[in-house]
Write a protein that binds this ligand. Structure first.
Ligand code: DX5
Ligand code: ZN
Length: 228
C-alpha cells in the first residue's frame, strides 16, 4: 500500500475571529502544512461560519494549501465561488446532496482537488462508487458543526476500512474532529495521513502554536515509523 505524506491541517474555526488575518499568518508560520477552512451554513450543520469572501480575504496572507471543508447543502451553487476565492481542495459531504458524483466532477472541472466528507453515522460504503473521482476522503470524528468536541473513537475502524477500500489509489485520508497529540498516533495507524486540528492547534495563544502542531506531528510521525 502507498504511504501518503503526513499533513497537519489546523482549522481556523478555532482561531480568534477578532484577529483573523493575524491568526492565519501565525498558524502558517507555526508550521501548518495546510489551512483547514470550515464552511457552515446553519442548515446542513447547526452553526454558521464563513463564506467565499472570507476565503478570498485571507488568500493573500498565506501560500499554504487551502483545504475547504463545505458543511453546506446544497453545495453545488457555491463551488465556483470557493474555487475562485482560492481554495486548493474542496470537500463536499456525501450526505449534502443527491448527486455526489456530479459535485465531485464539478470541483475537478474547476481545476481543484476534490474531497468527499462523511459524517460519523454514514458508513464507509457510501463512497465506494466515487473513489475514482476523489483526491481525498474526509472522515468526521465528531458530528460536524462545532470545534472542541470529543473524538469518537469507533471511527478508527471506519478509517481503516476506508484505507483498505482505497488500496493503491492516490487518495489522502483526512481525520477531522477532536484530533489531539494523544490520539494522533491512533489516527495515523488507522490510515489517516491528513490530521485536522482546531482547538488542539490554537490553544494557548500564538506563542504555543508551533509546539502544538509539532506535538501532533511527532506523535503521528512516530506511529508511521518516521520519527528520527
Ligand atoms: C467540525 C469541523 C472541524 C473542527 C475541528 O465541524 O469540521 O474541522 O473545526 O475542531 P476540533 O479539532 O476542535 O474538533
Ligand atoms: Zn472541518
Amino acid at each position: 500500500m502507498t504511504h501518503r505524506p503526513l499533513i497537519i491541517a489546523p482549522s481556523i474555526l478555532a482561531s480568534d475571529f477578532a484577529r483573523f488575518g493575524e491568526e492565519v499568518r501565525a498558524i502558517d508560520e507555526a508550521g501548518a502544512d495546510w489551512i483547514h477552512i470550515d464552511v457552515m451554513d446553519g442548515h446542513f450543520v447547526p452553526n454558521i461560519s464563513f463564506g467565499p469572501e472570507v476565503v478570498r480575504a485571507i488568500r493573500p496572507l498565506s501560500a499554504k494549501f487551502f483545504d475547504v471543508h463545505l458543511m453546506i447543502a446544497p453545495a453545488d451553487p457555491y463551488l465556483e465561488a470557493f474555487a475562485k476565492a482560492g481554495a486548493d481542495l474542496i470537500s463536499v459531504h456525501a450526505e449534502a446532496g443527491p448527486h455526489l458524483h456530479r459535485s465531485l466532477q464539478a470541483i475537478r472541472g474547476l481545476g481543484r482537488r476534490a474531497g468527499v466528507a462523511l459524517n460519523p453515522a454514514t458508513p464507509a460504503s457510501a463512497i465506494e462508487n466515487v473513489l475514482d473521482d476523489v483526491d481525498l476522503v474526509l472522515v468526521m470524528t465528531v458530528n460536524p458543526g462545532f470545534g472542541g468536541q470529543a473524538f469518537i473513537a469507533p471511527m478508527l475502524e471506519k478509517i481503516a476500512r476506508i484505507k483498505a477500500m482505497i488500496g493503491d489509489r492516490p487518495i489522502d485520508i483526512e481525520i477531522d474532529g477532536g484530533v489531539t497529540k494523544d490520539n494522533a498516533a491512533a489516527c495515523a495507524r488507522a490510515g489517516g495521513n491528513v490530521l485536522v486540528a482546531g482547538s488542539a492547534a490554537f490553544k494557548g495563544g500564538a506563542a504555543a502554536y508551533a509546539g502544538n502542531i509539532a506535538a501532533i506531528r511527532d506523535a503521528a510521525a512516530q506511529a508511521r515509523g518516521e520519527l528520527v
